[in-house]
Write a protein that binds this ligand. Sequence first.
Ligand SMILES: *[C@@H]1O[C@H](CO)[C@@H](O)[C@H](O)[C@H]1NC(C)=O
Ligand SMILES: *[C@@H]1O[C@H](CO)[C@@H](O)[C@H](O)[C@H]1NC(C)=O
Length: 372
Amino acid sequence: MMCLLPLVLCTLAASCRASFPAQQAVTPSTVQSRGCNDKDVVSFAKFALEDINKDRRDGYVLSLNRVSDAREQRQGNGMGSLYYLTLDVLETECHVLSEKSSKDCEKRSLHESVYGQCKALFYINQSKRILYTPAYNCTLRPVSRRYIQMMCPDCPSPSDLSDPRVLEAARESLAKFNRESASKQYSLDKVTKASSQWVNGQAYYVEYLIKESPCTKSQVCTLQSSNAQPVGICKGSLTQVRKEKFVSADCYFFKSQETAFGSKTSAVKQTQQKSTNPSISASNTVSRGSVQNLPDLDDEKTKGSQKRGPVEDFPVNLDLTTNPQGDTLDVSFLFIGPGEEKLLVLPFPNKEKRSANCPGPAQEANPSILPP
Ligand SMILES: *[C@@H]1O[C@H](CO)[C@@H](O)[C@H](O)[C@H]1NC(C)=O
Ligand SMILES: *[C@@H]1O[C@H](CO)[C@@H](O)[C@H](O)[C@H]1NC(C)=O
């Protein structure tokens, strides 16, 4: 129902434009479906996802698998376009704190895949060279364990991050790294990924963030590095074969540890922050979205089979407004001039009226890592 009005506007504007082809769309703005294989759409989608990755402090860099839906809303008075993008994504091997671009990050192998969907608003004003993602939300799930057990019974399977043996593996691995470190010592920030497998004994594989420890090598460390930020990420393992332990550790240090936590947005020149009273608040200091991690879909289906109504597999809400006429979003901070610049934002369009060219072609077409 929320989409009724935009649709009416669309038809009106389409007929308007048919009779005055030279005239630019004026307020109210129009929404049109765009092809998911459209070159511009794909490049905007990649840009938006990079922007999302830069905004995050937690989790792994996401890469674009395919564009699932794209709508363009031309703004009145030639302000450019606001896109409503639905993107199917895959987790890469890089942590977001590495600030690496997804194209420089390795894909995860199928058995350790995490996949999902993001919704994002993406604003482009070509003449002012503004590309900006005012809001996003994503939902991720691990690849089905049942499917992996079928395809690759010997592959490691994901472990609960709170499993004490996972924590032990991370501690043992870090202890090895610290023993081999020249002087600096590191402490465990948190475990970010874990899996286990039987190889002559139970083997645990972990990924964990580390921070600098206030202690040096010669001290017995009792000090806590409380609010220090993570400086790197390690991959480690612990295999116990009878009485013998095999431990490994391999750490990667983030390049710019200070700037990793500054609020940064690409293609945004923040000159002055004007305080007006926008209906929806937009700025580059407030968090613009979040990534939600949900469990294996199979677990949920067996557990909650008596749930009422159809439940979406990858629920992602991005409702800056529920007003069918839309609300204004102040984006003045994106512009250098003194004027007030506002966008009209509509409720996020639902999937029904997407273009026949959607979803676009997938990089990884395996249906087990594609949201429906
Ligand atoms: C970009 O925004 C400015 C408003 O500052 C507007 O005058 C201009 O026409 C816009 N250009 C495009 C291509 O959207
Ligand atoms: C994004 O998702 C969270 C829950 O995951 C929700 O609380 C929030 O309202 C969503 N943001 C928008 C703009 O809809």
